[in-house]
Design a protein around this ligand. Structure first.
Ligand SMILES: Nc1nc2c(c(=O)[nH]1)N[C@H]1C(S)=C(S)[C@@H](COP(=O)(O)O)O[C@H]1N2
Ligand SMILES: [Mo]
Length: 265
């Protein structure tokens, strides 16, 4: 069996983990993808020592918890823009010019059917709306109403290959142009968060099309994690079995620069 790279458990507080029984974990992941249910390798992984550690961490997290949801009365009058305010590449400028009519979300990597989804495709999928609080490590929060397709529906459409372990979000912006060639914003989550019901690819904020500042045309909402996990300007979702070959190897722009990969709140 090939080596499976897991996030370092020492970096990850137990309470930050979503609890699922072994059966629950299997059901969530396997139920989502027909291919996975015939996946001896994934079953092998769950039965392995590493799989056990992973399962136990999830088990002690205290239930398949949802992030708190709020009402319209709680909406923040101002939702701060942070990090990139507008990607400064000619490619992004060209997409913006036609109001993202030519933009496609690429879904590839360890999937059965690679996808290229337009905004119309994403709007035609079942929509989830949620009013949640965004918490940035810099110490500010904002409550906003997000709308989009669930990542689980997108992944079901693509179908996962048995080896898939992580969803990686590749963004349009370079937050920094480092001399080692890294600096393009990216983030990643495991399949538990990928199939969590509140994990959506949002194209609307507060009943309006997502603005460029907030990540147009599409950004991730992974509601039980901190602000820097909420990737804006998502261009591509790549399914992988390891994170050490991307960027500086820690699974995200800010994790590469010292922040925790699992930024649970
Ligand atoms: N592509 C991209 N995504 C990003 C960032 C960024 O700079 N680029 N900043 C992150 C941080 S630190 C925060 S707090 C939120 C800010 O989202 P907002 O601008 O919609 O408030 O986006 C996150 N996602
Ligand atoms: Mo942030």
């Amino acid at each position: 069996m090939s080596r499976i790279l897991l996030p370092n458990p020492k970096l990850i507080g137990r309470r930050k983990f979503l609890g699922l029984s072994a059966a629950g974990l299997g059901a969530t992941l396997l139920g989502g993808c027909d291919r996975l249910s015939e996946a001896p390798k994934f079953q092998e992984f769950l039965d392995s020592a590493e799989g056990l550690t992973y399962r136990m961490q999830r088990l002690f997290g205290g239930g398949r918890t949802l992030a708190r949801e709020f009402t319209a009365a709680n909406l923040s009058p101002d939702f701060k823009i942070n990090g990139t305010h507008a990607p400064d590449t000619p490619e992004y400028a060209a997409l913006q010019e036609t109001d993202f009519a030519n933009w496609r979300l690429r879904v590839d990597g360890l999937v059965v059917r690679p996808l290229d989804l337009s905004l119309a495709d994403l709007r035609a999928m079942p929509q989830r709306t949620q009013i949640t609080r965004h918490d940035c490590v810099e110490g500010w929060s904002a409550i906003g109403k997000w709308q989009g397709a669930t990542l689980s529906d997108i992944l079901k459409r693509a179908g996962l290959q048995p080896a898939a372990r992580f969803a990686v979000f590749h963004c349009a912006d370079f937050y920094e142009r480092a001399s080692d060639g890294t600096g393009q914003y990216y983030e990643s989550i495991d399949l538990i968060d990928a199939f969590h019901p509140q994990t959506i690819l949002a194209h609307r904020l507060n009943d309006e099309a997502l603005s460029v500042g907030h990540g147009a045309p599409l950004r991730l909402r992974v509601e039980r994690q901190l602000g820097y996990k909420q990737a804006k300007y998502v261009m591509r979702i790549e399914l992988t079995d390891r994170l050490d070959q991307l960027g500086r190897g820690k699974g995200g722009f800010w994790p590469d620069r010292g922040y925790e990969w699992y930024a649970g709140i």
